[in-house]
Design a protein around this ligand. Structure first.
Ligand SMILES: Nc1ncnc2c1ncn2[C@@H]1O[C@H](COP(=O)(O)OP(=O)(O)OP(=O)(O)O)[C@@H](O)[C@H]1O
Ligand SMILES: [Mg+2]
Length: 313
């Protein structure tokens, strides 16, 4: 039997007359990664704030680690770790001092505390900068320190609010590896992100949040079945070239105005070579060739009929 780590039913939250969460239902199995995917202002941080008891819901119920968020706040807090969207490190303290402070707050005991701090500094590759004030850390180092602080006390459920926004690709991968290690240790991760790729890489299940409502919910594969896949885009210099090329590729769609042809495919070298050979056979050449992988905008367009850049009413 699988245990449920987070159970949410009909969750509602409004600020004044602006409804931000409009009846959210969720189920997160213990030991899995759940990703809440959504653009700016979708309500991701609000969901995290409510589930971590930082904010009260207006309606609905939620249990985290088996405890009611409304009536068992203390027990919920004891079971979880939260890494907020904006790093919560003390700039004046060093990395080591920040971790030590957290160990003291969590009352892990002084000898235990020292050991935990040393282990975390090593695990997050922060040993060299451990004595320097956090104000001198890069954004990526700060995020790592913030997550390290969350891990003091071994929470079984961890909320990560956009852990990789603003990180370079390498730091992003480091963060992903850390998340995978945590899950391998049996931790449950509730992660918000604006990146489809991140949710795809990490999550067992994804929910897509749009203006306070879940518009999709399933495995990454479920979701990808609903959105247009990877495609190659060929741009030509003349309409005649586009007219000649279009019938050569079945399932292709044409953008007459841009003189472009959109061809579904995996974007791999073999299919690209075949595609270019096909053009060659007909003495055609493209002005530009690009491979397009689906992103959050494609997801939104497919699921909601609008892109992520919708202004709130
Ligand atoms: N304390 C608050 N008072 C009033 N409005 C708020 C408050 N917090 C959030 N909102 C509004 O609620 C909506 C959702 O905000 P939220 O921070 O949950 O979005 P988000 O999905 O986390 O966005 P982002 O990707 O930008 O972090 C926004 O329109 C925001 O302006
Ligand atoms: Mg947010």
């Amino acid at each position: 039997m699988t245990r449920t780590a987070i159970e949410v039913s009909g969750l509602r939250k409004a600020f004044g007359n602006k409804v931000v969460l409009d009846g959210i239902d969720l189920d997160v199995r213990a030991g899995t990664v759940f990703s809440l995917l959504g653009p700016n202002g979708a309500g991701k941080t609000t969901t995290v704030n409510v589930l971590t008891t930082l904010m009260k819901a207006d309606g609905g119920t939620a249990r985290v680690a088996g405890h009611d968020i409304a009536t068992e706040t203390r027990a919920v807090r004891a079971a979880i770790g939260v890494t907020g969207q904006f790093a919560a490190v003390d700039e004046l303290l060093s990395g080591q001092e920040n971790l030590q402070l957290m160990a003291d707050l969590k009352r892990v005991g002084s000898s235990n505390g020292k050991r935990i701090v040393t282990e975390l500094l090593e695990r997050f590759d922060l040993v060299e900068s451990a004595q320097k004030p956090a104000s001198t850390y890069s954004g990526g180092m700060r995020r790592k320190l913030d997550l390290a602080m969350t891990l003091v006390g071994n929470p079984k459920i961890i909320f990560l609010d956009e852990p990789t926004t603003g990180l370079d690709p390498r730091s992003r991968r480091t963060m992903w590896d850390i998340v995978r290690d945590l899950v391998a240790d049996g931790v449950t991760i509730f992660l918000t992100t604006q990146y489809l790729e991140e949710a795809d890489q990490l999550a067992d299940r994804i929910a897509v949040l749009d203006q306070g409502r879940l518009v999709a919910h399933g495995t990454p594969d479920d979701l990808k079945r609903q959105i247009p896949g990877t495609h190659v885009r060929l741009r030509f210099t003349t309409a005649t070239e586009l007219d000649t090329a279009a019938p050569l590729f079945t399932n292709s769609t044409r953008d007459t105005e841009a003189l472009a042809l959109r061809i579904p495919g995996d974007g791999g070298t073999a299919s690209l070579r075949a595609l270019l050979d096909r053009l060659d056979e007909h003495a055609l050449s493209a002005e530009e060739i690009s491979v397009h992988t689906p992103d959050l905008d494609d997801v939104f367009l497919a699921l909601t009929g609008h892109t992520t850049k919708v202004d709130a009413k």
